[in-house]
Design a protein around this ligand. Sequence first.
Ligand code: ZN
Length: 417
Amino acid sequence: MSLNPFVEFIKAFQFPYKNRELISRYQLRKLQEIVHHAYENVPFYRQKYHGIDLTMSSLEDIQKLPVVTSRELRKCRIEELTSEKANPQQLLEMASAGTSGSPLRVKISKKENTLRQLNLLRFMLGYGWVPWWKVVYLTREIPHEKYSFFQKLINKKKFDVDIHQPIEKQVRQIKKIKPQLLNGMPTGIEQIADWLIDHEEHLPGLRLLNTGGEVKKEHHVEKFNKAFGMPGLQRYGAWELGIMGYSCTHCHELCINERAFLAEVVDDSYISVKNGEQGKVLFTALNQYTTPLIRYETGDLITLSGSQDHCKTTYLHFKSIDGRDVDVLPLKDGRKLHAQNLLHAALNINGLKKIQLLLKKDGSLLVKYIVDNAISDETVRQEVIEVMHLEELDVNFERCSEIPNEPSGKYKFLKME
Ligand SMILES: [Zn+2]
């Protein structure tokens, strides 16, 4: 059970090319290990799995285990989530940025953290990154976190460009730096792309475009191709899990890191969906022993790739991430709310089954929702306003029995009239 991040780093390079049987065998062994470890050493799981048959004789047996949500983790004390076997001297504490209520706090070991950084390094190396590249981050705030050795390595020549500035100023700054790598959220990079296209300018020397934090959509890819001559990479991660997936270097769909994660894509009744279908994703972190996350529901809706054998790698592929549909909601009072934060906040509302925000032309907001019958409209409405910080707005509510998906079949959390 001891984790050697460097051995793991090396082994992970070839793993995507192994046959499925070998990958499944590896995952089953890791699953058995992590489930028993969690039950024996983590108070939260000891209680949660009480009375459940934990024999995992095949990967399907994972369905015997209950799903874990961030809502229930938030209610626990950090000690209940942390392995009793972990050495307190070797732990780092992490917390969600938290737009509402109590943030989620988890601990990871220094070794686990190193492995996360090495995963990032492997991903960057796969895309041709080299340490002497100049890197620009389009950011909303200057990050205050302490960088690890590997982050420092990747960010050795790192420059921050503040996205609150006028676009032209941002472009001038980027052109002066001449980065090989440009990082940012798709909506931030989109503004730069629009400006470049309108002014027929380019970013000479740019080799790689990396996006994260939001869902990259087809219109982004079109604009990025036009403005930068490349579609841009996507990294799919969550701070409590690490990097779960990345743009595949062979087929450009989202490739799930199955060495570190067992992913399940299920419908509302937690039954696995088929290739090409949409569902919610559950992740089991196979290398996270300090705070095990088993069948952890991230809140993301994804669409599975139409075929899982189109690629040189044998890893699971997602066609798209749909649910973390991160449009920005521009409010009358000048604030911009990120749908991702709103959706995550909404997941904490008791009994809420589905929700959709519609921004009307007059600037008011219509909130459509489906809840358990037992819960009163008053309670839901108060909670929505509170967790989403909508106090200052003109909000109307509509309780629905159904919120239809888009014609494409995708659920859209945020819509504009
Ligand atoms: Zn692929």
